[in-house]
Structures are given as structure tokens and as C-alpha cells.
Design a protein. Structure first.
Length: 651
């Protein structure tokens, strides 16, 4: 898949140098190439470069008339068409070998084995950043009160947004995982909860508080129609149960819907029973048109007057429209969303996609009130677990975050709770660094990323010590946005992007300029301790073999990651201080020692890209071997030497 941007003035989808010279000639790639969605900008140049497939369909630049005209005018050679078609046919033939029927119906396909694997992967990815006074792991059998607070506590932040987002077969929440651990321990822990702060940019996915017409919780009913609401003798052509209220119908298909028909209507219905009597906010953003009715009363109108927003892929949809209604605790209310697909959209032509709708409900409350409730809960607790961070609304494709802060009132929430309870454990969920201005006020800090289906259970596994955390940061956490190497040159300047940081990205930059970070690349603590000894380095001209003995010097079993960095002694160019070249994870019981061996090619361990000769180059020099457990904690050093300059291309 080709990138959207230009490189050296040429769009990647039109670059023969990249698609042919590098991808096919140097790397020997023989597969199909396609554009990123709407990342094609012309007809002739991408075909000549070898862009086999324009995505998405239907095509905009390869329509029959214009393409045939270009061939007949000798602007595009027929062989170019044949070469591109051949690669698409290869892809189709490869896909046919999978044996998946064309009319296959997606199913949950749940299996205990898959869940166990997801949980193992999630457990091992979590990073322990701080653990003062050994507050972690928590005891499942302690007689104490634990307050679980935060906007992500009862939310399942299982993935980032956009193409990173999938409809999970099932979801778990941090609160649910902690609650299950408390039950395992005999319910000696009194578990308390408070929201504390709102995180959602828009009203969140609300399927968890809804039920369908059969009384099944966590589901809504979707009925598809050819006719608009109010039409006589209107009958659905499709009837589905859905487990989300965030719906993008780009790939919806039905045997009763012609493949080229984009206009149809969907009624989404469910029942909402409030937990408390209060004012409730309903919200809706749409790519198409939509209205929300509660017990037949119109509450949200995103149909008759629409305002452009950033919802859906590349911001094709409206802003979220909201309306509020007073609801009574325990009473069941009928919620209905009348949706029409993209041809009804009033702001621009949406005819290439079917459209979608995001809707939901949440209690209407002020940030100050939610913080006050959380402080009250935290005051009476022995320990507080604060689950904070970002979500797929704040981290997604199609836009960049404007800052590194956790949005909303989360930081004020943590500060307020810290004033009334010193025993704070913060679990942060984000896919990228965030500022943590309150880090010194917490006793423990856990970075949990977006943990997939099992995220709630994996967080609880680490908090209660059923899994000894062994994850390492794959990014540096700077102290502030201004510390980032791209800060000065970030963004588009009248269509031009300048990658001024060059190769000095992440730890390479911070080490080069001597700038401290909050948490360095490769960092991660454990509930045990490790010792590195007896480094051995052997370089025979082609292969570099590094061996090190690692011992678990603590009292519990755990895993450590050996990280191998290389530093050139006398570089002839401006290079990073050191660069990660290999790593390996080793699991050890208490007192156990294992020898970890890392092997890589000398050429790849020492080379840099020489743009003057347009090749990779390895210089004759002495190179330091630096072994540690994070980028800023080198424990052992060695060295080797190369005997000649070498240039090379390819893989």
C-alpha cells in the first residue's frame, strides 16, 4: 500500500523509483500494490509507476472512458495495463486458494484457546513504570477497600481508532477484571467505583447499557428498509442484532440490496433503563442523516440542519448533535434512531460510501460534580486504582493529536484524588506518549496500551500479581510536547512537510542533545530483579554474536529483555549516539541463570544510508556493543572492529 504523501516532490503512488526500483527490483516483491484510500491523484502516472490497484472502489481515476482514451492516444502503453492487471489477477488467485465462500457470513468464532492467547499477549505487553514502597502487586485476600476510579475504568479501550479498530467478539473492562480478582480472593475486598471525569469527545458507544427487543443486554436491533420512515407498507429486507452503537456501513452487503445501491434506511432500536433519576444526554454524528427518538419523542435532529465535523474516515461526517431528556431510575425507555445512508447527506456528495452513524447516551453531569464524587469515594478507600488515558476518538488515523495531554478533566481528577489519598495506582491506556504532570504524586504507574478483548483481565492480572509485568516501552515518554524532535517542523506548511529530525527520532534525539525524558525507550520494571554478567562478543566479518548471562535475583519468576545497542567509535557522518540492533526476552525462575545469545549480520549492525552514493554503507571502524535493559540503562559493554568499507543495496 502506498503512502499519501510525496517524497522528493513525487507522490508515492506515482513514483516509479519506489514502486519499481526499490520495491520490485531491490526487494524482489512480486505481490500486488494498491493505494491507500483515496491516495491516487491521476490516471497515467500511477499506472506507469506500477500502482496495480486504486482503492477504494469504485474507481475515480481509472474509469473506462478516460483510461481507454489514454491508451488509444498512446499516452499509456497497453503493456502497462497488462502488467498492472496481471498483479491484480495474481492477488485474486492467491485469495481463491483460501477457499472462503463469496457469501460467507461473519460470526463470533469464539474459542477458549484464542482467549487464552489474547490474554497472554496482553499480559506480556503491559509496562510497569513505577512501583514505590512495593504497593503492587495487590492482595486478592486483603481486608481493605479499593476504589476504582476513572473514565476508562468501566470502558473497554480495546483498540485505537480508524483502521486499527475492529468489532471485538467480546470485551472486558478494567473494573470487570478487578471485580473478578476480588471474587477469586473470597470477596474480602470492598470494591468502590466512581467515574471521576469524562473522556469521550462525543457520547460514547452505549450498547453496554442498552438491550434489544428480546431483552438481551449489550445488543441493539437494526432493521434495514428500501423505503423511508413513514412510507406505507414498509417492510425490512434485513434484520440484525448488533453489539455497538458506532456503525460505519462501508462494507455492508445483503442479498436483498443491489451492490450498486447506496440509498437505504435503517432503524436502530433498543431499550435503556437508567441507574439513577437524572437528566441524560443523547448524541449523534452521522455520514448520511439521522434522528434519535426516546419513547417516540424527537431528542436529537441530525437531519434537517447539519454541520460539518470530523466523524468517520477522513472527517466525512457531521459534528455530534446533542439533546437531553429527564429520565427516571428503573423505568425502561424505548430508543430509536432513524438513519438514512450517504445519498441523503446534506453537506456534500457522499455517493462513494454507504455512510454510518455514531450514537449514544450518558448521564448529564458537570466535570466538577464527577470529581467531587470521586474524591468522596477515594477518601474512604485504603487504595485507589485510577484508570485513565486516551481512546480511539483521540488516537485514530486521519488526524494528529494537537498536544500530548490527556483531554478533559483527567489531570485535575488525579490531582484532586492525590490530595485525599496517598496510595494511588494509575493505569494509563494510550497508544502513544502522554504528559503525566502528576507522576510524582502516584505510588505506582502502569502503562497498559489498548489491550484488545482481554484488556480488563490483563490489567487485573498485573495489578494482583498473577502475571509479573515484563513489557518494555516501544517509545520514549518525553516530559512535554516541546521536547519532541519534530516540534519545530511538524505539520504541513502550504502542502510541504519537512522531516527536519532526520534519523534522530525518539531516543536517538534525546541522547544526542542530552535531554532528559520522563520514561525512556525500552524501559519497564518488574516485581523481581535481574543481573547481567559475562558479556561475550564475537565478530567473524559477517556475523556478530553477543552472549550474556542473565540471572533472576529476586523472589518471583519473571521475564527480562536483553537489549543490544551499537555505537560507532569514530563516525564520519552525524549519527545517533547508539542504535538498537537486536533484543531477546528471557524467562527465569528465582535464582535461575540463562545465557542469552543474539546473532545478527555485521553489515546490518553497522550500516547507515549514504544518500550521496544512494546505497547502504558500513565503515571500517571500531564499534561498541552496549547491552542493557533499557536505552538509558546500559549494564555491560564490549567492542568489535570492521576491516573495510562496504556499500550495498537490497535486503
Amino acid at each position: 500500500m502506498t503512502a499519501y504523501n510525496k517524497i522528493n516532490g513525487v507522490h508515492v503512488s506515482e513514483s516509479k523509483e519506489i514502486l519499481q526500483g526499490i520495491l520490485r527490483d531491490e526487494w524482489k516483491w512480486d505481490g500486488c500494490t494498491m493505494s491507500d484510500w483515496y491516495g491516487t491523484y491521476s490516471t497515467k502516472e500511477p499506472l506507469d509507476a506500477g500502482l496495480n490497484l486504486e482503492m477504494p472502489g469504485p474507481t475515480r481515476f481509472r474509469q473506462l472512458l478516460q483510461t481507454v482514451h489514454a491508451v488509444q492516444a498512446n499516452l499509456i502503453h497497453p503493456k502497462v495495463i497488462d502488467d498492472n492487471v496481471r498483479q491484480v489477477l495474481k492477488l485474486i488467485n492467491q485469495g481463491l486458494k483460501a477457499g472462503i465462500p463469496a457469501d460467507v457470513v461473519e460470526s463470533a468464532n469464539y474459542s477458549p484457546e484464542a482467549s487464552a492467547l489474547l490474554r497472554k499477549v496482553g499480559d506480556e505487553s503491559i509496562v510497569l513504570l513505577k512501583n514505590e514502597e512495593g504497593i503492587l502487586p495487590l492482595s486478592k485476600t486483603a481486608k481493605e477497600t479499593i476504589a476504582v476510579i476513572g473514565p476508562n475504568a468501566k470502558a473497554s479501550q480495546d483498540s485505537g481508532g480508524g483502521s486499527a479498530s475492529l468489532t471485538a467478539t467480546y470485551k472486558t473492562t478494567p473494573y470487570g477484571g478487578i471485580e473478578a480478582k476480588v471474587k477469586e480472593g473470597g470477596n474480602t475486598i470492598d470494591l468502590q467505583y466512581a467515574l471521576g471525569a469524562f473522556l469521550d469527545k462525543n457520547v460514547p458507544d452505549s450498547v453496554s447499557v442498552l438491550e434489544n427487543e428480546k431483552g438481551e443486554k449489550g445488543l441493539i436491533t437494526a432493521r434495514f428498509y428500501h423505503e423511508a420512515p413513514g412510507t406505507a407498507d414498509r417492510k425490512p429486507f434485513e434484520d440484525l442484532s448488533l453489539n455497538t452503537t458506532r456503525l460505519f456501513l462501508s462494507d455492508f452487503k445483503s442479498p436483498n440490496l443491489p451492490i450498486d445501491q447506496l440509498l437505504y434506511y435503517v432503524d436502530f432500536t433498543g431499550y435503556f433503563t437508567p441507574d439513577e433519576t437524572s437528566e441524560y444526554t443523547f448524541g449523534c454524528s452521522v455520514f448520511g442523516t439521522a434522528q434519535i427518538f426516546v419513547d417516540g419523542k424527537l431528542v436529537v435532529d441530525n437531519k434537517t440542519k447539519q454541520v460539518k465535523g470530523d466523524a468517520f474516515f477522513l472527517g466525512m461526517g457531521t459534528r455530534e448533535e446533542r439533546g437531553s431528556v429527564f429520565l427516571e431510575k428503573g423505568r425502561k425507555y424505548h430508543v430509536k434512531v432513524e438513519f438514512a445512508t450517504s445519498p441523503t447527506y446534506t453537506l456534500e456528495d457522499g455517493a462513494q460510501e454507504q455512510g454510518g452513524v455514531y450514537f449514544g447516551v450518558q448521564i448529564k453531569s458537570s466535570p466538577e460534580d464527577e470529581i467531587a464524587k470521586a474524591v468522596k469515594v477515594a477518601k474512604s478507600a485504603d487504595k485507589v486504582v485510577l484508570v485513565v488515558g486516551l481512546s480511539k476518538e483521540w488516537e485514530s488515523e486521519g488526524f494528529d493529536r494537537k498536544d500530548m495531554d490527556i483531554p478533559g478533566y483527567t489531570n485535575k481528577l488525579v490531582e484532586a484524588v492525590a490530595e485525599v489519598n496517598p496510595n494511588i495506582i494509575v493505569v494509563n491506556q494510550s497508544g502513544s506518549p502522554v504528559t503525566l504532570p502528576w507522576a510524582d504524586k502516584t505510588k505506582a504507574l502502569v502503562h497498559a496500551w489498548y489491550g484488545g478483548n482481554e484488556l480488563g483481565n490483563t490489567i487485573a492480572d498485573v495489578l494482583f500479581g498473577d502475571h509479573n509485568p515484563s513489557g518494555k516501552l516501544s517509545v520514549s515518554f518525553p516530559k512535554r510536547l516541546e521536547d519532541n524532535p519534530s516540534y519545530i517542523n511538524f505539520g504541513s506548511n502550504k502542502g510541504q512537510v519537512w522531516y527536519g529530525e532526520d534519523v534522530f527520532v525518539g531516543y536517538r534525539y534525546y541522547e544526542k542533545v542530552g535531554r532528559d525524558v520522563l520514561y525512556p525507550f525500552g524501559y519497564g520494571l518488574s516485581y523481581t530483579s535481574f543481573d547481567f554478567q559475562h558479556l561475550k562478543v564475537n565478530a567473524d566479518g559477517e556475523s556478530l554474536v553477543v552472549k550474556v548471562d542473565v540471572t533472576n535475583t529476586g523472589k518471583v519468576a519473571g521475564a527480562e529483555t536483553v537489549q543490544l545497542y551499537i555505537e560507532q567509535a569514530n563516525p564520519s557522518i552525524n549519527r545517533p549516539v547508539k542504535e538498537l540492533k537486536d533484543f531477546a526476552k528471557v524467562f527465569l525462575n528465582p535464582g535461575e541463570t540463562k545465557t542469552v545469545e543474539l546473532e545478527l549480520s555485521v553489515k546490518e549492525a553497522t550500516s547507515y544510508w549514504n544518500s550521496f552514493v544512494n546505497q547502504w554503507q558500513s565503515d571500517k571502524d571500531t564499534y561498541k556493543v552496549l547491552v542493557g535493559n533499557s536505552s538509558d540503562n546500559i549494564l555491560l559493554t564490549g567492542q568489535f572492529a570492521t576491516t573495510k568499507n562496504v556499500t550495498w543495496t537490497g535486503l
